[in-house]
Design a protein around this ligand. Structure first.
Ligand code: NAD
Length: 581
C-alpha cells in the first residue's frame, strides 16, 4: 500500500505530501492542479469535536496564493469552455463512479472531522453524489432554444454559455454535499472554479490521529519525517518513522495510506475529480476565513459566487459581491417548523420529528427545530420525550451513535445559553441534554436531545436559529392559527405538515410561506432534478442551487438573430425600427 501510494506521488507529481506530514498536519491549497502548502504563517486549528484534539491546521491563504488560484482558473477557462460538452459530462460520469468507490473513505473523513455519525456522513456524500449524476446530463440541461423564420429569412436562437471563473464558499455542516452542489454543476457548464471549504472541517490526516487515540499511540511522540528531493529528475522520498510504539503507528499509517486519510472531504473530492479527468486549474481550492472570502467578493476575475452558511456571512457576501457586479446565490439560515394536526399518524410522526429534530445533532439547515401542535400537545410531548430519550449520544465513529457532538465548544455554549434563556423566559424543559457525559469522550462537545415546551414567539430561543439538538414545542388552537404563526417567522427554508387529511395538506401547501414543503416528509431536500428552493430570509439571489436554476445560475444566456437569404440590392435604407411584418 505504501509503495503504491508513494509511486502515485512520484508518477503524477500531483500531490505534495509534505504538508500532511507536519504534526498537526496542514491542509494544502489546490492551485493549478497541484496540492501546495501555503506560505502563510497564520493558521487556524481544526479540532475534533468529539475529543478536542487538534487534528489539523488550515492556513490563512495569502493574497498572492489566492491570486494564483484565480489566475489558474482564468487560464484554464478558454480550453475548458471549448472542450466538448460530451467530454465534460464524461468527467462527471467517471467522478460519480469514483465517489461511489471511495464513499467509505469520504464518510470516515467527514465523521472524524465534523462529528456526525458514519451513517449520516454516508448520506452527506450520497446527496452530493446525486448532483454529480445529474450533471452527467448537462448537454440536455444546457440546451438552448431555436425559432426559425421569426421574420422573412431570419432565425433566432438562444444558447447558454459558461460565465468564466466561479467561486464557492461552504459551511461546516455538509463537507461533501455542499461542495458537490457547487463545482460539478459549474464546471460541467464549462466554468472553472475556486472553492473555499469551511475552516471548521477542511480535513487532514485524521485517521492517523483517530487511530493513535484508539490504540493509545503517543501522538506527540510520533515523528514522521519526509525528505523530498524536489530538484532531482526522479523524485525520491524517504520516510523515517520513529516512535515508541512503532507497530501501532505503522498500522495507523498503513490504514491512512490505504484510506487516504491525509485529506479532507473537499480535498478528496478534488483528487477524485482530477482522477476522473478534470484538467489542471479547472477546480482550485483555497483555505481561509473572512479575508479570503472578501477577496473572492472583490476579485474582478470571479463572475459568480455560490454561498451556503449563516445569515451574517451570507448577507455580507451577497451585498459586497453584488456591489461588484457579481452574480450571487446565497443559501442561509433557517427555523423550520412542523405543524402536527390531531389526525396525524402517531408513530410515523413521532419518528419523523425525532429524526429531523435531533439527527446530525440538529446541525442541518433543513432540521425541524420547531413543532406546532394543533390542539392539546400533552400526549404528543410525553411520547416525544420517551422517543428522544432512547437516542444514543456518542462519537460519530462509534457504531451505536444516533447523534454526535456539535461542531465546537463555542457552538455548545451558544446552544446551552439559548436553552437557558428559554427556561428563564418561561418555557418548560421537558428533556435536558446539556449535562450529558459520553464515556471515553468526556471532552466532546456533546449535547443530548433537548425539548422545550410552551415556547412563544417572543423568546430568543425561538427568534434565533439554534443549530443544535433542541426541539421547541408550541401550540395553536386552530390550523389557521398555526399556518399564520409559521408564516410570521422571517425564515423560509422549509416547513412540514403531519396529517392524514388531504384537504388540510392541500391548504398547507397553498398557504405556507416556505421554499421547501414536506407533507408527512420531515426533511424535504429536493433531488437534483428540482432545485433547493429556500425562500424569505433563508435565501438571497434569484437562481437557486442545482436543478434547472443551478444551470441558469452558472450560465449566461445569449440570443442570436441571423439572416441567411439572397439579399436583393436596391431596397434603400430604412431607419425605422425593424419589425417582423
Ligand atoms: P458560517 O456563516 O459561519 O460559515 C460559512 C462560510 O462563510 C465559511 O466558509 C466561513 O469561512 C465564511 N464566513 C463566516 N463568517 C464570515 C464573515 N463574517 N465574513 C466573510 N466570510 C465569513 O456558517 P457555518 O457555521 O459554517 O454553517 C452553519 C450555517 O449554515 C447555519 O446558519 C445553517 O442554517 C446554514 N446552512 C444553510 C444551508 C442552506 O442550504 N440554506 C445549508 C447548510 C447550512
Amino acid at each position: 500500500i505504501f509503495a503504491l501510494r508513494s509511486s502515485y506521488y512520484f508518477s503524477t507529481g500531483v500531490v505534495e505530501p509534505s504538508s500532511s506530514l507536519r504534526s498537526p498536519p496542514r491542509v494544502p491549497n489546490l492551485i493549478g492542479g497541484k496540492f501546495v502548502d501555503s506560505q502563510s504563517s497564520s493558521t487556524i486549528d481544526v479540532i475534533n469535536p468529539a475529543t478536542q484534539e487538534v487534528v489539523s491546521q488550515i492556513p490563512l491563504t495569502t493574497n498572492e496564493e489566492f491570486k494564483a488560484a484565480v489566475s489558474a482558473a482564468k487560464h484554464a477557462f478558454p480550453a475548458w469552455r471549448n472542450t466538448p460538452i460530451t467530454t465534460r459530462q464524461r468527467v462527471m460520469l467517471k467522478l460519480q463512479e469514483l465517489i461511489r468507490r471511495d464513499i467509505d473513505k469520504l464518510a470516515m473523513n467527514i465523521t472524524t472531522e465534523q462529528g456526525k455519525t458514519l451513517k449520516d456522513a454516508h448520506g452527506d456524500v450520497f446527496r452530493g453524489l446525486e448532483v454529480v449524476e445529474h450533471a452527467c446530463g448537462m448537454a440536455t440541461l444546457q440546451m438552448g432554444e431555436y425559432v426559425p423564420n421569426v421574420a422573412n429569412g431570419i432565425d433566432t436562437f438562444s444558447i447558454r454559455e459558461p460565465l468564466g471563473v466561479c467561486a464557492g464558499i461552504c459551511p461546516f455542516n455538509f463537507p461533501a454535499m455542499i461542495p458537490l452542489w457547487m463545482f460539478p454543476v459549474a464546471v460541467t457548464c464549462g466554468n472553472t472554479f475556486v472553492l473555499k471549504p469551511s475552516e471548521k472541517d477542511p480535513g487532514e490526516n485524521l485517521l492517523v490521529h483517530a487511530l493513535c487515540k484508539r490504540f493509545g499511540a503517543p501522538l506527540h511522540g510520533t515523528k514522521l519525517c519526509c525528505i523530498q528531493a524536489r530538484e532531482m529528475d526522479a523524485s525520491y522520498l524517504l520516510w523515517h518513522i520513529c516512535t515508541e510504539e512503532s507497530i501501532i503507528v505503522l498500522l495507523s499509517i498503513a490504514v491512512t495510506l490505504f484510506f487516504g486519510g491525509e485529506t479532507g472531504a473537499s480535498t478528496i473530492l478534488a483528487e477524485l475529480a482530477m482522477e476522473a479527468g478534470l484538467p489542471n486549474g479547472v477546480l482550485n481550492i483555497v483555505h481561509g476565513t473572512n479575508d479570503i472570502v472578501n477577496a473572492i467578493c472583490d476579485d474582478e476575475d470571479i463572475r459568480a459566487i455560490s454561498f451556503v452558511g449563516s445569515n451574517t456571512a451570507g448577507m455580507h457576501i451577497y451585498s459586497r459581491a453584488s456591489a461588484k457586479g457579481k452574480r450571487v446565490q446565497s443559501n442561509m439560515g433557517a427555523k423550520n417548523h412542523a405543524i402536527v394536526l390531531p389526525d396525524a399518524n402517531t408513530d410515523a410522526t413521532l419518528n419523523a420529528l425525532v429524526a429531523a429534530g435531533f439527527g446530525a445533532a440538529g446541525q442541518r439547515c433543513m432540521a425541524l427545530s420547531t413543532v406546532v401542535f394543533v390542539g392539546d400537545p400533552q400526549s404528543w410531548e410525553n411520547k416525544l420525550v420517551e422517543c428522544a430519550k432512547s437516542l444514543k449520544v456518542n462519537a460519530g465513529t462509534e457504531p451505536d451513535a444516533d447523534l454526535g457532538p456539535v461542531i465546537s465548544k463555542q457552538a455548545k455554549e451558544r446552544v446551552c445559553k439559548l436553552i437557558e434563556s428559554g427556561v428563564k423566559s418561561g418555557a418548560r424543559l421537558l428533556l435536558d441534554g446539556r449535562n450529558i457525559v459520553v464515556p471515553g469522550y468526556e471532552d466532546g462537545n456533546f449535547i443530548g436531545p433537548t425539548i422545550l415546551s410552551g415556547v412563544t414567539a417572543d423568546m430568543d430561543c425561538y427568534k434565533e436559529e439554534i443549530f443544535g439538538p433542541v426541539l421547541l414545542c408550541m401550540e395553536a388552537d386552530s390550523f389557521e392559527e398555526a399556518i399564520h404563526f409559521v408564516n410570521r417567522n422571517k425564515y423560509g427554508n422549509g416547513a412540514a405538515i403531519f396529517t392524514t387529511s388531504g384537504a388540510a395538506a392541500r391548504k398547507f401547501q397553498t398557504e405556507i410561506e416556505a421554499g421547501q414543503v414536506g407533507i408527512n416528509v420531515p426533511i424535504p431536500v429536493p433531488l437534483p432534478f428540482f432545485s433547493f428552493t429556500g425562500s424569505k430570509a433563508s435565501f438571497a439571489g434569484d437562481l437557486n442551487f442545482y436543478g434547472k436554476a443551478g444551470v441558469n445560475f452558472y450560465t449566461q444566456i445569449k440570443t442570436i438573430t441571423q439572416q441567411w437569404k439572397d439579399l436583393p440590392g436596391g431596397g434603400g435604407v430604412s431607419l425605422a425600427m425593424p419589425t417582423s411584418q
